[in-house]
Design a binder for this molecule. Structure first.
Ligand code: FE2
Length: 426
């Protein structure tokens, strides 16, 4: 007797009419027409069963703090950073935890079961570190939360960053972060990359740096990040987040950079919602979009994931932490509207994110963890079109969230009702 059997679902790769057999926390079979009994059976009704969404770049310490202590009037990155600086002295562990736990609930409801969150270590009290380490433990049964020690004010620029980063890692923060373009000089940016990569290599950790989040085509820290990754044998364990300067770089230089990034097996993480709103701010017209070169990176064999980055905080006053919104924006900004490209955009918020985070047992395959989401859509592309209800969110074989299918009652003619599901075509 199985614990759970999900009947008749479609998969993001296009397979249809699939059953998923689950025992304890694992998928033990995934194929059409499984003949077995189960304690619980879910009729998938031809809807899409997807691996959970993965947010590969987020800031949980600032999420849902919108308006504290005031709103970002200019909407710029720099005002966001100074606003966060104004808020920091008033933060408490309890307040950060409360907001983060609420955010996790939003995430689960929308089928996101893995989040990599940067946590600012430039507050000497490390309140956010303590708060998010607690949240990581509390939410462990439901969400894989990976924390990045992020020196928001610069690793070299803020004098206590080195000590705070070491303390944060000693406390159990998972990943080494950085922000080379925010150091005082290009040279100090390079130096910070070298020092931080060496710390990661010594401790056997992953690296994820905010890298070149700028419209300056000469911001080329990704080159140094790739080079240090190769030198220290960190291939596959390093992510470059944002990489927006690449949008503005010279094409010839990019043609040299892409193979270097490929050689280093670096993951590129774009944040479409944030990049499209924060970059190009000093342009008149034409205004640059600012997002990194997603299709070109993918074509060069580099793993590209998308992150949400912010939800209602000093940098971004919008967002519901729905990774389908992120993929939707990403494919628009990158003009990835071809059918295969839309599939790739879907992968950027699922499989590719899992790869960047190094998640084990992720995916809809025999032997993987029984983590999945059933959406009110019949394919990955339809999910992007509709950004539909997440009917069931399943974690380790247990349903942890359910939604009622959405439908609309139309009453166009007097006395006549009609149900409309707004279904797509695929
Ligand atoms: Fe970020």
């Amino acid at each position: 007797m199985l614990d759970l059997l999900v009947r008749n679902v479609n998969l993001p790769d296009g397979r249809q009419g699939i059953d998923i057999a689950i025992e304890k926390d694992r998928i033990i079979e995934i194929s059409p027409g499984i003949s077995a009994q189960a304690i619980t059976e879910i009729d998938g009704a031809g809807y899409l069963a997807s691996p959970p969404f993965v947010d590969s770049h987020f800031h949980m310490d600032s999420a849902l703090s919108l308006g504290q202590p005031r709103l970002n009037e200019s909407g710029t990155l720099l005002e966001g950073i100074s606003l966060w600086g104004e808020l920091k002295p008033d933060l408490t562990t309890e307040a950060i935890k409360k907001r983060a736990l609420e955010l996790c609930r939003w995430s689960i409801a929308r089928g996101t079961l893995a989040i990599r969150s940067h946590v600012d270590i430039c507050d000497d009290r490390l309140l956010a570190v303590d708060a998010l380490l607690d949240v990581r433990e509390i939410m462990k049964p439901y969400i894989d939360l990976q924390l990045v020690a992020f020196p928001q004010n610069g690793y070299l620029r803020y004098q206590r960053s080195a000590e705070n980063l070491r303390r944060a890692l000693d406390k159990g923060v998972d990943v080494v972060g950085g922000i080379p373009h925010f150091e005082r000089t290009m040279a100090e940016g390079s130096e910070s990359i070298q020092l931080l990569c060496e710390i990661a290599a010594d401790r056997g950790l992953r690296v994820d740096m905010h890298c070149d989040e700028s419209d300056d085509p000469m911001s080329r820290h990704i080159e140094m990040l790739a080079s240090q990754t190769v030198r220290l044998g960190l291939g596959g364990r390093v992510s470059g987040s944002h990489l927006t300067s690449m949008h503005s770089m010279d094409n010839y230089y990019v043609s040299k950079l892409l193979p270097l990034m490929n050689e280093a097996s670096i993951h590129a993480i774009a944040n479409p919602l944030i990049n499209i709103t924060l970059q190009g701010r000093s342009d008149s017209y034409p205004k640059r979009r600012g997002m990194t070169r997603v299709p070109e990176l993918m074509a060069a064999g580099i793993n590209v994931a998308f992150g949400h980055d912010c939800v209602m905080d000093p940098w971004y006053s919008l967002g519901t932490h729905d990774m389908l919104d992120v993929a939707y924006m990403g494919l628009h900004v990158a003009q990835m509207t071809g059918l295969q490209q839309m599939q790739q955009a879907y992968q950027a918020v699922t499989d590719n994110g899992a790869k960047a985070l190094g998640l084990e047992g992720y995916g809809l395959e025999k032997g993987c963890y029984a983590d999945l989401v059933i959406l009110q859509a019949t394919s990955a592309i339809e999910a992007l079109q509709l950004r539909p209800e997440r009917l069931f969110v399943i974690r380790r074989g247990r349903v942890i969230a359910k939604s009622v299918p959405s439908q609309c009652q139309l009453m166009l003619e007097e006395g006549k009702e009609e149900v409309n599901f707004s279904r797509g075509l695929f």
